[in-house]
Design a protein around this ligand. Structure first.
Ligand code: ADP
Ligand code: MG
Length: 282
């Protein structure tokens, strides 16, 4: 479990992270979603100890303030895999396992290769890997020493769209398979909602709202709905198929949650249902 209490990271007069408080339970994945420059990386850097911060950081109930970076048992995965190019795949994954017996290292490396879907590739040179494979190795390397918390800073953003979609699903399965407690930072809505159990919306150094995807989609906070936008997916009934054009009937009358007092309502059509976007203005 990790708890942040009023975490603040400043660069001179700029408060890049401005009093963020949140809790991630053991084995849970929290995504922090926000536009570029809102302070996501600064927050992670503060948590891991690469940037000075004020406020409290507790890992499994214990404050980490006085603990050196490499002793915090907090793993980190970056946008570029940052692998050690002179080591093999297995050599990279074994990096954080110094001090373990040779047998234990081999066992754990094998287990991690399996988990990230690279079984049998341990002896490969990392310079021969695709971008997606390299990120899998980076993930395996950071999970191998069983960190108390794993921080991921836009780990898929350097990959192309198709790969990103597939890998974000795999990533969730990998993190869950490892039982990791994770904070996953991204500016991509789809990725945040695919990977996480809960999503926190960040803007301008502050945490605007935090909740399950379901809770956020139904949020009535204008700031949050504006930021999330809407995804228009609606199911229609084909009434008149033809070669060039097809007539489709949409539901003429629908129900939305909440009360609307006026005669008209703007609807947000999301994958989770239709929501009245004006409900907060009533
Ligand atoms: P994000 O990861 O969400 O894109 P960052 O945490 O990188 O945001 O940046 C948050 C703010 O802090 C931005 O205004 C950025 O310009 C500023 N910033 C980031 N790193 C530094 C630094 N080392 N020195 C000064 N300002 C910084
Ligand atoms: Mg960043």
């Amino acid at each position: 479990m990790i708890e942040l209490k009023n975490l603040t990271v400043s660069y001179g007069a700029l408060r890049a992270v401005d009093g963020v408080s949140l809790t991630v339970g053991t084995g849970d994945i929290l995504s922090l979603l926000g536009p570029s420059g809102c302070g996501k990386s600064s927050l992670l850097r503060g948590v891991v100890g690469l940037e000075p911060s004020t406020g409290e950081i507790l890992v499994n109930g214990v404050p980490v303030a006085g603990v050196a970076v490499h002793q915090r048992r907090i793993g980190m995965v970056f946008q570029d895999a940052q692998l050690f190019t002179h080591r093999t795949v297995a050599g990279n994954i074994a990096y954080g396992l110094k001090g373990e017996s040779r047998e234990e290292i081999a066992r754990r490396v094998g287990e991690m290769l399996e988990l990230v879907g690279l079984a049998g590739m341990g002896e490969r040179s990392v310079t021969t890997l695709s971008g997606g494979q390299a990120q899998r190795v980076a993930l395996a390397r950071s999970l191998a020493p069983r960190p108390d918390v794993l921080l991921l800073d836009e780990p898929l953003s350097a990959l192309d769209r198709v790969l990103r979609e597939r890998l974000s699903q795999d990533l969730r399965a990998i993190l869950k398979g490892a039982g990791a407690t994770a904070i996953y930072v991204t500016h991509d809505h789809d990725e945040a909602f695919t990977v996480a159990d809960r999503v926190g919306i960040m803007d301008d150094g502050r945490l605007l709202q935090i909740g399950t995807p379901e809770e956020l989609i139904h949020s009535h906070t204008t700031e949050v709905t504006d930021f999330l936008g809407s995804t228009t997916i609606v199911e229609g009934r084909v009434t008149e198929p033809s070669e060039a054009r097809t007539r489709v009937a949409l539901p003429a009358e629908i129900e939305i949650p909440g009360t609307v007092t006026g005669d008209t309502v703007r609807l947000r059509i999301t994958p989770l249902g239709v929501i009245g976007a004006d409900l907060d203005d009533r």
